[in-house]
Write a protein that binds this ligand. Structure first.
Ligand SMILES: [Zn+2]
Length: 237
């Protein structure tokens, strides 16, 4: 190693070190499941909210009533105000819980150490208070840089984005506009991002439409992220 040191120094000097750092690969930033998998992941972010209950009870009730697998990404700040709900969601066998940063920070604006603390906040809380080992992480706003990916990987977290944006927190769009967008975008392996913090006025309605029409029409099964990644729980395509 030592004999390469002058060479590395030279690269740093030339501003070329970046070229010896492996690029971020698709496997590190996950946007979809296998494209041959007849499943989709319904994912719900639990970002902190300033107003309201911060919890879409009607949506959760519907998911449970219909036994629809779902994945939730919880921010630390949201968890601090929703202890009962965290406990509840963790105990639904077909739900999966990942993390979504501590205060919903814009990660690329922060140093490596600050990013680490933001990512670790809810991971530590889930472990200490709820004995849950989180393995999934979704960056707030979907924003990240190389440091974010490296920190998450070093912490053993899978980096989960999405490939279908519902746009559900946008108050100006209607349920049928979201549903039309879903019809155009949802396919095998899709990861759909929605919200369960009450920000989505039409989220429950859209989920019902997915469950009643779009998914069965296309022979797609809702799955948690982990099941989608291994395409577990469906007949072979
Ligand atoms: Zn968020």
């Amino acid at each position: 190693m030592l004999r390469y040191f002058p060479y590395i120094l030279c690269l740093i000097h030339a501003g070329l070190l970046i070229s010896v750092i492996p690029p971020i690969t698709q496997a590190q930033v996950i946007k979809t499941g296998p494209l041959s998998c007849p499943g989709v992941a319904l994912t719900f972010d639990l970002c902190p909210v300033r107003k309201g209950t911060g919890y879409d009870q009607a949506l959760i009730d519907y998911l449970i009533e219909q036994k629809i697998p779902a994945t939730f990404f919880m921010s630390g700040k949201w968890m601090a105000r929703h202890e009962q709900q965290v406990q509840f969601l963790l105990h639904v066998s077909f739900f999966e819980v990942g993390t979504h940063g501590e205060v919903h920070a814009h990660l690329p604006l922060h140093s490596v150490e600050e990013q680490k603390q933001e990512i670790l906040g809810p991971v530590r809380l889930l472990k200490a208070k709820y004995s849950h080992s989180a393995t999934l992480f979704r960056p707030p706003y979907g924003e990240f840089n190389n440091d974010t990916v490296n920190v998450a990987r070093a912490l053993g977290l899978q980096f989960i984005l999405w490939n279908v944006v519902s746009g559900d927190p946008d108050e100006t769009i209607t349920a049928s506009q979201i549903e039309d967008h879903m019809k155009r975008s949802v396919r095998k392996g899709s990861v759909i991002v929605m919200h369960a913090n009450g920000k989505g006025k039409h989220t429950r309605e859209v989920v019902q439409d997915l469950h009643d029409h779009l998914l069965p029409d296309r022979n797609l099964t809702p799955m948690t992220i982990n099941d989608l990644l291994t395409c577990k729980g469906t007949a072979a395509p």
